[in-house]
Design a protein around this ligand. Structure first.
Ligand code: DQA
Length: 150
């Protein structure tokens, strides 16, 4: 049976395409969803892409990923990356592998972006490749073992 990868996007990522395009590019979240759906088909996976500006929604969706036995989670937590102990704890609380993704490379930007609560708990991080970061993460999840020991 085809397994699902949840692609979770945090605050302000609904504005992709118009938001600081010199940093985040011109592609919208819908464009990224289309790219991922095309790639997922070739990998025998299904993607379920969501966005919320609310931290608790992202926590709930991480729990849901485990409950529905998702193959993995691609998480671009936006600014919550740098602030959210709740997301850090949620990633650690679930067995589902979570990959941290960013369009930009936070390490080349302001100092407050250099710390990642998400990255401290995630299986790995892909950052700095624009929309391609998401596709690389999907390829990585496709190659991971289905279950990782807690
Ligand atoms: C981002 C990087 C974060 O620092 C920022 O707050 C975002 C987007 C990225 O994809 O490059 O909202 O996660």
């Amino acid at each position: 049976m085809t397994q699902t990868v949840l692609v979770l996007n945090g605050p302000n990522l609904n504005l992709l395409g118009t938001r600081e395009p010199e940093i985040y590019g011109n592609e919208t979240l819908d464009d990224i969803a289309e790219r991922l759906e095309n790639l997922a088909r070739t990998l025998d996976l299904t993607v379920d892409l969501r966005q919320s500006n609310h931290e608790g929604h992202l926590v709930d969706w991480l729990h849901e990923a485990q409950a529905r036995d998702a193959r993995g989670v691609i998480l671009n937590a936006g600014a919550f990356t740098h602030t959210s102990v709740a997301l850090h704890d949620a990633i650690k609380a679930v067995r589902t592998p979570v990959l941290e993704v960013h369009l930009s490379n936070p390490h080349t930007r302001e100092a407050f972006r250099h710390h990642s609560y998400v990255g401290m708990a995630a299986k790995g991080t892909i950052a700095g490749f624009g929309a391609l970061s998401y596709e690389l993460a999907l390829r990585a999840i496709a190659q991971l073992q289905t279950k990782v020991a807690p």
